[in-house]
Ligand binder design. Sequence first.
Ligand SMILES: [Zn+2]
Length: 241
Amino acid sequence: MAEQQPGPASDGTWQDLGGGSFVLASSAARALVNIGLVVGRERALLVDTGCGPRHATEILAAVRALTALPLLVVNTHAHWDHFFGNAAFRDAGTTTIWAHAAAARAMERTGESQRAEVAGVEPDMAAGRGPGTEIVLPTHLVQEVPVVLDLGGTVVELFTLGRGHTDGDLMVGAPGVLFAGDVLEEGAEPQFEDAHPQEWAAVLRRLGTMAARYPVMVPGHGRPVDAAFAAALAPVVQAHS
Ligand SMILES: [Zn+2]
C-alpha cells in the first residue's frame, strides 16, 4: 500500500488524511511530534498537545484556522512532547482530556522530572513558571475497555493493545486513520526508555493485521505509514528484548 500513502507533511500545515482526520507536523525544534485532529460535525478531537505553552499556542492557532468546534483532547502516552501542552488547552476552555489510566499515573509520577527535557524549547515549562506551565493530568481515563466517542457523524475509538512504547499507550482510531503515538516511529529509531519490547513487538504485529480498518497509520513522529510498516517494525523492536 506504500503507493497510496499521503505525501510528507510540511511544517505548520495540516495534512488532510481523509475522513475528517488531519495531521500537523511541527517544527524540528520541537522534536517533530505529530499532532492529530479529527473533525466531526459537533466536536473536534485533538491528538496530543505538544511540549508546553508556546507549542500548544501554535497548535491551538492551527486548530482554530481549521475549525471553531469545541475541542476534546487525547494524550497518546505520558512523554513530555505529547502532554506538556495540556495546561494551555485547559486554560483555553478544553474540559476533557482522555488518556490511558497507566499514562495518567505516569504523568503524575514523572511529570515534574520531565520538565528538564524542554529547557531548550519551552524555558517557562522547564522552570514551571508562568501561564500554561502546570502539569495537567487527564480528566477521563481509558482502561481495558475501548471508549467510543461520537464527534457528530464521525466516530472515534480510543483503545489499548497492551504495553509497548510505554505501559500506557493509547490508540486513537478514526475512520480509515489510526493515530498510534510513539508505538510507531517513522524516520527515527523507536525509543525504549519506558518500553516493554517483547509486548511492543506483539502490538506491532497486531497493527500489521489492521490494514483494512486503518489504511493510514500516523506515527508519533515522522510521516504517515501503513500496516505493513508496523509489521516490519516488529522484529526491530523485538531485537531489543
Ligand atoms: Zn514517547
